[in-house]
Design a protein around this ligand. Structure first.
Ligand SMILES: [Zn+2]
Length: 321
């Protein structure tokens, strides 16, 4: 597990705010009841004495008998309180602290285990900061349709699916793994890499999915100063999995090439996984980028070729005949 630090902070802050809201609501209800319904207020005060009473009993060295007695009394008092509230037209849980999650009382933890509500919140935040579009989030390995491919193309694509699925489902930052998905558009590179992204986010890892153009413009913004305040470029070089889409569609110059080289190289040195999608063939990659980039990509990335007939085109044909 390696949640992104900023995501964790955001989620933890959110949980603290939730708890604070729950307590503020409770305080305002208590103070209202104090004026409006003194009998209920007295019961509430007694119920809240249970904790301190147990503590005092423990200090006096009194054992379980005392604890059980206090517990039973508290249960009785709570029943009475609920009845009084109800009789007077209030919801019977009006003086409960209403946490969103009853399992962890919005602390995010059940004992030392992270509560499911916090895991879900982290995954949600992970999706938001990953750059994955809503459409992409809904794609999965299950929805990948091999019937659009024939013969040897199908064999090849089926193998790609299997390799990437295995990589995603067993994603391990200690093992790593880099993939170069190449071939013409419309053959499933994006579908498969977004499926990898979703799977890896769901297992609690930080993922960034962006087009090469977005990556480059983050570096450009930083280079040209302005009000560049995010630290997106740091995340490119720190996230557990970086997916760069559409390599080759960017304007290539010395600056962009050197950004890409540093990023690719830094991630390799740190053994952080990267997936690169490109419509370029091997020859085109060599022509377009420096030998340094080409040798990294061909030496350190597992190449997965995509071939066949444009799936989008086939879908249109199936639909409109
Ligand atoms: Zn919870």
């Amino acid at each position: 597990m390696a949640y992104d630090k900023d995501d964790v902070k955001k989620v933890v802050d959110g949980f603290q705010a939730k708890r604070k809201r729950a307590w503020e609501t409770w305080e305002s209800h208590v103070s209202e009841i104090r004026t409006m319904l003194p009998a209920a207020y007295e019961l509430e005060v007694k119920i809240n004495r249970a904790g301190p009473r147990m503590y005092e009993a423990a200090l006096r060295g009194e054992g379980e008998v005392s604890f059980e007695k206090i517990k039973d009394e508290t249960v009785e008092l709570t029943k009475k309180l609920r009845a009084v509230l109800k009789e007077n037209g209030y919801p019977e849980n009006y003086l409960d602290v209403n946490y969103e999650c009853s399992l962890c009382s919005d602390t995010g933890y059940c004992g030392i285990e992270m509560c499911t509500c916090m895991k879900e919140a982290l995954a949600k935040t992970g999706f938001e900061s990953s750059g994955l579009s809503n459409l992409a989030r809904s794609q999965s390995f299950e929805s990948f349709d091999l019937s659009f491919y024939e013969g040897r193309d199908r064999e090849r694509i089926a193998k790609n699916v299997q390799l990437l699925r295995n990589f995603a489902e067993n994603f391990d930052t200690k093992i790593g793994g880099n993939w170069l998905l190449f071939g013409p558009t419309g053959l499933g590179k994006t579908h498969l890499s977004t499926s990898v992204a979703a799977t890896v986010i769901n297992s609690g890892h930080s993922v960034i999915y962006e087009s090469v153009g977005q990556v480059i413009s983050s570096y450009e913004e930083k280079r040209f100063g302005g009000d560049y305040s995010s630290d997106r470029d740091r995340k490119y070089s720190e996230c557990d999995l970086l997916i760069i889409d559409d390599l080759g569609t960017e304007v290539t110059n010395q600056f962009t090439t050197s950004c890409l080289y540093s990023l690719i190289n830094e991630r390799l040195v740190k053994n952080l996984s990267t997936i690169i999608n490109t419509n370029l063939g091997q020859g085109e990659i060599r022509e377009r980028y420096t030998d340094r980039i080409a040798s990294r990509l061909f030496g350190e990335y597992m190449p997965l070729g995509f071939s066949g007939r444009d799936v989008r085109q086939q879908k249109l044909e199936r639909q409109f005949g």
